[in-house]
Each structure stands twice: as C-alpha cells, then as structure tokens.
Design a protein around this ligand. Structure first.
Ligand code: 13P
Ligand code: SF4
Length: 302
C-alpha cells in the first residue's frame, strides 16, 4: 500500500499540481511541498507557475493572493477555515474609514489582508520587502495596515517617513515579551536573537536581526555563530533544527504557535488533491483592482 506521501506525489504528477507551503506549516508538509518559504517567495512562485492546480498549504489570504495572481489556475486551500487573525482585524468598511481620516496619503497594505482591502490600497508588501516598498513610494507620510508593529518598525528603519498605522497585530507574535528575550539571553549569552517584525517593537529593538521567516532562516544559515534564539513561530525553529543540525536553535519561549497555520495535515492535502474541493475564488471586479497593488509590489521586489 502506498504511503500518504507517495499518494500525494502521484496525484501531483497526474493532475499537474504544485504544492506551496509557508514556513509556519507543520514541518511534515515539506515532505510533499514543491516550494517552502515566506509570503513574498510563495506569491512570486504562484505568479509564474505552469501548474494547473496550486495547493496552498498556508492560510486563506495566501491562497486568495495566489488566485488573484493566477486567475486561470485552480487554487485549493487544504483547510478552508485556516484564516489569519491579523488579516481579520480590518475589513473593507474599516479600511474606508481609516482612509477617510487621512485623505490623500498613500496606503500600503501588508499581504496579510483580504482581497477587498487590497483592492483599495496603493501598494502591497510583505515582511521581507516592507521597508523597500514604503521607501519606493517616496512620500513623507504613509498609511500602513493592518500590522501596527511592522509599520512602526518600517518607520524606524527609514527615519524620514511618518508611518501612520492601523491598530492591527499578530496575536501569536504578541505573546513574545521583552522579558522573554532578556531571560533567553541570560540562559544563552552566546546566542544571537533573530526576530520577526510582527513582534512588538519593544521586542524587535532587542534583536540582533529582524526579518521575514525566510530572512531569519537565511541569516542563521550564513552566520558563523552557532547558537540562535528564535523569536517567531515554531515552524521556523523546526525547519532550522532539521536543516542545520550542527547549530543550536532555541525558541524564545514555548508555544509560539499560529493555530491557523497548524490546522493543515498531510491528510488534508491528500483530500483536496483527490476531490479538488476547497477551491478559492475571488470576485472578478475585486481581483482586477487588488492585482494592481500586488503586481506593483512584485515589480518593486525584482
Ligand atoms: P512572512 O512570510 O513574510 O515571514 O510573514 C509571516 C507571516 O505571519 C505570514 O502570515
Ligand atoms: Fe496571521 Fe500571525 Fe498566523 Fe501569520 S502568524 S498567519 S500573521 S495570525
């Protein structure tokens, strides 16, 4: 009898499907994934794949972004209820209110947002290119949503742009407190602290490196240091331990887990490939507007 991994691989070949997995997914998803990485990398892959079916092992906004970029492909989300608590913090109406309070200022949305929200923003960004994107707009003031901490971190990096942020946040990253960094450093004084910019700014400013999930993995790979305290979701720690067993990776604290990212199982991936259900579709008018802000980001990230 074929194993579940073999069955998924066979179906992928038969159906010309590709599997994209975010670094926060359960680590066993990598056994069947064709591409594993951060939000920017996966959206770049989704935009240019030749596959007929994209299975997005991630959360709703990621599959929605893939569908907007590849409207003629079938995009499947293994767990249809895997949302993003940060993306849910701003809807279309709240966006319009936020914009009307600050009329005339360019709007940058984090990719962790709905298609409707993206359709009314000037430019999209991810955690790996947020500084570059805000800078590219060449404006003295920017509206940034929904992640207030990423927005304020960008403001600090640039120094000459006022970033007006919407009060959204990632509940998973907000579990990390400055005292967790202090305690971890006390126990592991030789370790470097690597943090995701979704962390509270008081945490990011204590880190030796701040970057996206892929950025953190790349830094750990290339650094001559042997020990690292990881201030982001557990999936990154699991992959680092697997890929670099000669180095030491310490989670900043236990249970830094995104419940939505951890919903996906290999059984779910098999199930959507077999049945082609959980298809993600985006209203054509919304997609037509939303694609502009995503395309501008991809263009500026080349
Ligand atoms: P990146 O993929 O840009 O590192 O962002 C992390 C995240 O929270 C995705 O939801
Ligand atoms: Fe959303 Fe935070 Fe989960 Fe990322 S880690 S998907 S931002 S809730």
């Amino acid at each position: 009898m074929d194993t579940i991994v073999e069955r998924i691989k066979k179906l992928k070949r038969e159906k010309n499907a590709v599997i994209l997995a975010h670094c926060y997914q359960p680590v066993e998803i990598d056994l069947v994934a064709d591409y594993v990485g951060d939000s920017l990398y996966l959206s770049q892959v989704a935009a240019k794949t030749d596959a007929e079916i994209i299975v997005f092992a991630g959360v709703f906004f990621m599959a929605q972004t893939a569908k907007i970029l590849s409207p003629n492909k079938k995009v499947l989300l293994p767990q249809i209820h895997a949302g993003c608590r940060m993306a849910d913090m701003i809807d279309y109406k709240q966006l319009l209110e936020f914009k009307s309070k600050h009329a005339g200022i360019p709007v940058v949305c984090y990719v962790n947002s709905t298609a409707e929200v993206k359709s009314e923003c000037d430019m999209c960004c991810t955690s790996s290119n947020a500084v570059k994107i805000v800078k590219s707009l060449n404006a003295p003031k920017i509206l940034f949503l929904p992640d207030t901490y990423l927005g304020k971190w960008v403001e600090k990096q640039l120094g000459n742009v006022e970033v007006i942020t919407y009060p959204g946040f990632c509940p998973t990253h907000l579990h990390i407190r400055p005292e967790d960094i202090t305690n971890a450093r006390k126990q592991h004084p030789e370790a470097l602290v690597l943090a995701h910019p979704e962390c509270h700014n008081s945490v990011s400013q204590m880190a030796d490196y701040v970057g996206s999930t892929t950025g953190i993995m790349k830094f750990a790979k290339e650094s001559s240091n042997k020990s690292f305290i990881i201030a982001t979701e557990q999936g990154v720690v699991d992959r680092l331990k697997r890929d670099y067993p000669e180095k030491e990776f310490i989670p900043v604290k236990d249970n830094i887990i995104c419940p939505n990212m951890k919903m996906t199982s290999l059984e779910d991936v098999l199930q959507v490939l077999e049945n082609e259900n959980n298809e993600i579709n985006v209203d054509a008018e919304i997609a037509k507007k939303a694609v502009k802000c995503i395309d501008r980001m991809l263009e500026a990230s080349k």
